[in-house]
Design a protein around this ligand. Sequence first.
Ligand SMILES: Nc1ncnc2c1ncn2[C@@H]1O[C@H](COP(=O)(O)OP(=O)(O)O)[C@@H](O)[C@H]1O
Ligand SMILES: [Mg+2]
Length: 234
Amino acid sequence: MSLLTVEQVTSGYGDMEVLHDVSIEVKPEEIVTIIGPNGAGKSTLMKTIFGLLKPKAGQIKFTDHEISGLSPDRIVRLGMAYVPQVENVFPSLTVRENLQMGAFIRSDDFSDRINEMFDLFPVLGRRGRQQVGKMSGGERQMVAMARALMLNPHLILLDEPSAALAPNLAEVIFERIAAVNDTGVAILIVEQNAKQSLSLSDRGYVLAGGRNRFTETGEKLLANEEIGQLYLGG
Ligand SMILES: Nc1ncnc2c1ncn2[C@@H]1O[C@H](COP(=O)(O)OP(=O)(O)O)[C@@H](O)[C@H]1O
Ligand SMILES: [Mg+2]
């Protein structure tokens, strides 16, 4: 059974094609990482899956639905969440207000969900009233993930969650990602520098020049010499 299936997708900006025949799959409750150099098309793939870009060819299936061509707004309602690489929080709002924004389509009482997020990210629980723009990069990343989780998604897309973080902070983020996954949420991560991410992953893909290059278990990708030299810093 598959949660997300991207099949031979071609996508890009205007006339410029960035992704060529890209295929990936995420099963329920899996962690899958896509690695690849800067400019490989990783963020473009995330934006295409989430409906921010319309694929020129190929199919994207999520749960039982064909979603290529649907708007992000529709895709969110099917149970997918997306944390972009940049501008993924509301800096002028507090932590709690950011989480409330994440629940924008919920009309029920979501205070329990906020408390669950504070359990999952204890650092945030102590800072509910802090303005997010004044927090560290690692804390902001946690706010972004917690916001995206407010709607109880089946799948969350994380675009370079550890980018620009010091190694010890990146480790904290990956621990939290594993904790999120333990609650039953499948996770698709893209990373430029991906040792930690691959070691958590059930499977990994290498994207280069907008095309699939390798598909393997996270472990096997980590052990692959060519990939090590090209993408994992030797
Ligand atoms: N908004 C955009 N408009 C036009 N070209 C873009 C845009 N965003 C990215 N690109 C181009 O698409 C290619 C892939 O970019 P991107 O998906 O951001 O790569 P990655 O996330 O793997 O670093 C690059 O050549 C980049 O210049
Ligand atoms: Mg990117």
